[in-house]
Write a protein that binds this ligand. Structure first.
Ligand code: NAP
Length: 324
């Protein structure tokens, strides 16, 4: 099978190589799938560079998210040959991959493979963050930084569906338009306005009750200036490249919470909650409350172009690679 492979950590432009590899071998109750669509994630860049929180043993096939058709099943895996599934498993940048049983879900009939490849990580992450970690309530103000990104678009849609009043930040008018289409009520271009002032203004001085932050760095630092009393800041990621720090007196004085989320680790700690969440997300998808925003679809041979779009911040929503 053809697979993009990393033999040494580094920049994907040099280190990611399309090569012929042996078929992956199943060892447990998993499924072998023919990949139909791959979801490209920002953290794939970090994994290829060897900068992600978990380093894969070399050589490895990157990619964490895909949708495809089951072609072989392990004992008691719960799937059957021919099932359409989405999976969050390693080795997705390939024609075939092993779909780990505990993070693989059968697709609803109405869901195309490209939507499915864009659905699991962003929507599960945003749902876990807003529902279980921040306890977002109806009519609360939700500020979503990086609102046009993968997790950002999902957070806006889910926040809106939960009845929150959503404020989104992004760096261009085109990206803000995506945020609007996702359901954001207030749009802030942080390149032309101070987001702290803008949030305080649009909330009449109340501030944001929940702040969803996949950016970190200065964005996190300054978010403490527009958070409401008893607000919750969700630490989602660090696309800015800097892991911020906070003085605990700030946490105390405004009665705020700084709440971390590493969604992928629920696979170890509470996989049942992931399954329950997936069923609710499917229901929301069926009702039209959430719908992945797909920026572009690329061929497998052009996968580095997809990574380049993300690296250069030229994408919004999800970038997908189709495998034929
Ligand atoms: N905690 C978890 O469990 C979890 C799960 C999934 C993803 N994540 C993390 O969430 C973050 C976002 O992932 P994603 O897939 O949504 O990424 P994405 O689609 O590339 O979106 C990231 C957004 O961040 C903004 N941004 C601000 N500063 C940036 C910079 N210096 N470089 C790149 N983007 C910058 C960009 O918006 P503007 O151009 O408008 O500023 C962009 O739209 C990543 O750090 C990822 O690792 C965490």
């Amino acid at each position: 099978m053809q697979a993009w492979t990393v033999h040494d950590f580094g920049n994907y432009q040099e280190k990611l190589i399309l090569e012929e590899r042996a078929l992956p071998q199943m060892t447990g109750p998993d499924a072998l799938i023919k990949v139909k669509a791959i979801g490209i994630n920002f953290f794939d860049l970090l994994a290829i560079a060897g900068k992600y929180q978990v380093k894969a043993p070399l050589p490895f096939v990157p990619g964490a998210e895909a949708a495809g058709e089951v072609i072989e099943v392990g004992d008691n895996c719960g799937f059957k040959v021919g099932d359409g599934v989405m999976t969050n498993s390693s080795g997705a940048y390939a024609e075939l991959m092993i779909a780990a049983q505990n993070t693989t879900y059968r697709l609803p009939e109405s869901m195309p493979y490209e939507d499915a490849a864009a659905f699991q990580i962003n929507y599960q992450t945003s749902y876990f963050a807003l529902v279980y970690r921040a306890d977002l309530k109806k009519a609360e103000y939700l500020l979503v930084h990086g609102g046009a990104g993968g997790v950002g678009t999902a957070a806006i849609q889910i926040g809106k569906a939960m009845g929150a009043r959503v404020i989104a930040t992004a760096g261009t008018p085109e990206k803000l338009e995506i945020c609007r289409q996702c359901g954001a009520e207030f749009l802030i271009n942080y390149n032309s306005a101070d987001f702290v002032e803008a949030v305080n203004e649009c909330t009449d001085g109340h501030g944001a009750d929940v702040i969803f932050d996949p950016v970190g760095g200065e964005v996190f630092d300054r978010s403490t200036k527009c958070i409401a009393w008893e607000g919750r800041i969700l630490v989602i990621g660090f696309t800015s490249g800097r892991i911020p720090e906070i003085r605990t007196n700030k946490v105390l004085l405004k009665n705020i919470s700084v709440t971390g989320l590493w969604w992928g680790n629920y696979r170890l700690h509470n996989p049942q909650l992931m399954h329950k969440t997936q069923q609710h997300l499917y229901q929301m998808y069926g009702e039209g409350a959430v719908k992945p925003i797909i920026h572009s679809v690329h061929e497998l041979k052009d996968l580095p172009e997809a990574l380049k779009l993300i690296e250069n911040r030229n994408s919004y929503g999800k970038v997908v690679v189709r495998v034929v």
